[in-house]
Design a protein around this ligand. Structure first.
Ligand code: AMP
Ligand code: ZN
Length: 464
């Protein structure tokens, strides 16, 4: 079966054929680093992680770029309020973003270009647009003349009937009611950071950043561009206009957009008290794997309603999966089975592949995974799981988990005090002083560390 993705450009499932046979080039719109990213943002990033991991699973080499927007109205305003330089301010939240990616087990992209480090590339692109007749200067800013670009509106299908010649918009974010000439380069405003350029002092518009940086790292035409659905208009429409107008070549073959996350049925907002960063949830005791599972398990084109119940359900699902995995590792295989387990396993991997190939249908995959767990439990309970079957299943789970990344908790370093206690208990057991060993086990439990003695040695678990 071939891979199919829903392409916003065609509004249908298109067969995925990369430009180069074995390599896929992806550009993913990244964070504006003015604050901690919220869980809605992370829905988009977990979706791109799923896409990236799936393509690697299928044997492609992936080259992925994600921009860091470190200059815009919000970053400038916040850094001024806090009386620190723009760089100091945005570095803080860029680092926090990378920490959050790690918390959620999101694989790192290959490049994270920062807007402020690519001003030359943006100016070069504006020059190309300028010489091709797509721009005009007004009040020290440079604008893109959308009436000049005949394909404008193809991606978002906005109504172009009401475009007024020469009506401009200076904001980076605007709605479909505002189809206007957009700003490429913003003339300097008092007190704001600026760069000196042939178009005068100023700073870049948001849209030009993504065109310049994607083409620098991935070439003038590349395979996949991702982002949340809010970016279709105007951001991605404008990216296409800038890139195609400058190069005369197609810009991106497949546009993949993920639907939004809402909380308890409503759009997230600070005023409603339903706005969460990843850190808010972790501080309230949510496990990072459960959050990842929750963000991952709804199909990316469906709206995701994040609720207290769905988070609890995600915790339960993760516990079930992780416990199953542990029980399987510890299970003593049987010698006397002739049941067709291998067939069930091959089927699972087939279903898993087929569902992901079908526009990343992750919920279908998870369904099969839970079915296989029940099936395996039945084999283990009846003592008919052979060593061969156990090995194949473990291998299959590892393969599946190269995409899901939920099976194992990240290793936590034990505090020194705990390590000492564990050492003392080991010694007591060796000396056959079981009373002391039990006392130490109890002490560890009071410190939320659960010790288990297994055939393979001792195992510890930090209780939540
Ligand atoms: P921003 O930092 O606002 O530019 O957004 C970064 C990414 O998060 C973009 O791809 C947005 O489309 C996406 N995004 C923003 N809000 C949500 C949401 N509630 N659900 C899913 N994705 C979102
Ligand atoms: Zn972008």
């Amino acid at each position: 079966m071939s891979i199919k993705f829903h392409n916003t450009l065609t509004r249908k499932l298109d067969e995925f054929v990369p430009l180069e046979e074995k390599t896929v080039k992806i550009y993913s719109c990244g964070p504006t680093v003015y604050d901690y990213a919220h869980i809605g943002n992370f829905r988009s990033y977990v979706f791109t992680d799923l896409l990236r991991r799936f393509l690697k699973y299928k044997g492609f080499k992936v080259i992925q770029v994600m921009n860091i927007t470190d200059v815009d109205d919000k970053t400038i305003k916040r850094s001024q309020e806090q009386k620190v330089s723009l760089k100091e301010y945005t570095d803080r939240f860029t680092n926090a973003f990378f920490e959050d990616l790690k918390t959620l087990g999101i694989e790192r992209a290959d490049y994270y270009p920062r807007a402020t480090e690519h001003i030359n590339e943006m100016i070069d692109l504006i020059k190309r647009l300028d010489s091709a007749g797509y721009t005009y200067l007004s009040d020290g800013s440079v604008y893109f003349k959308i009436s000049q670009f005949k394909e404008y509106g193809r991606l978002s299908r906005v109504d172009l009937a009401n475009i007024k010649q020469g009506v401009r918009v200076d904001l980076d974010e605007y709605t479909k009611d505002d189809v206007k000439d957009f700003v490429l380069w913003k003339g300097k405003k008092e007190g704001e950071p600026f760069w000196d350029t042939p178009y005068g002092p100023g700073r870049p518009g948001w849209h030009i950043e993504c065109s310049a940086m994607s083409m620098k790292y991935l070439g003038e035409t590349f395979d996949i561009h991702t982002g949340g659905e809010d970016l279709i208009f105007p951001h991605h429409e404008n990216e296409i206009a800038q890139s195609v107008a400058a190069t005369g070549k197609p810009f991106v073959k497949y546009w993949l957009h993920c639907s939004h996350l809402i909380v308890e049925g409503e759009k997230m907002s600070k005023s409603k008290g339903n706005f969460f960063t990843l850190r808010d949830l972790i501080n309230r005791g949510a496990s990072s794997k459960a959050i990842r599972y929750l963000l991952l398990s709804t199909h990316y084109r469906k709206q995701l309603n994040f609720t207290k119940e769905s988070l609890n359900a995600a915790h339960a699902a993760i516990d079930k999966l992780q416990n199953f995995y542990q029980v399987l590792l510890d299970h003593k295989p049987s010698n006397n089975s002739d049941e067709p387990f291998q067939k069930a396993l091959t089927e699972l991997l087939g279903f898993f592949d087929a569902n992901l190939e079908d526009d990343l249908n992750i919920s279908g995959c998870l369904g099969y995974l839970f079915d296989l767990m029940s099936e395996t439990n039945r084999f283990m309970d009846s003592d008919i799981l052979t060593q061969n079957n156990k090995n194949s299943l473990i291998q299959a789970l590892h393969r599946i988990d190269s995409i899901l990344n939920i099976l194992k908790e990240p290793e936590k370093e034990l505090p020194e005090e705990i390590k000492v206690l564990i050492g003392q208990r080991e010694k007591a057991r060796k000396d056959k002083d079981f009373k002391l060993a039990d006392e130490i086990r109890q002490k560890l439990k009071e410190k939320s560390v659960l010790i288990e003695d297994t055939k393979e040695g001792i195992r510890w678990k930090i209780l939540k």
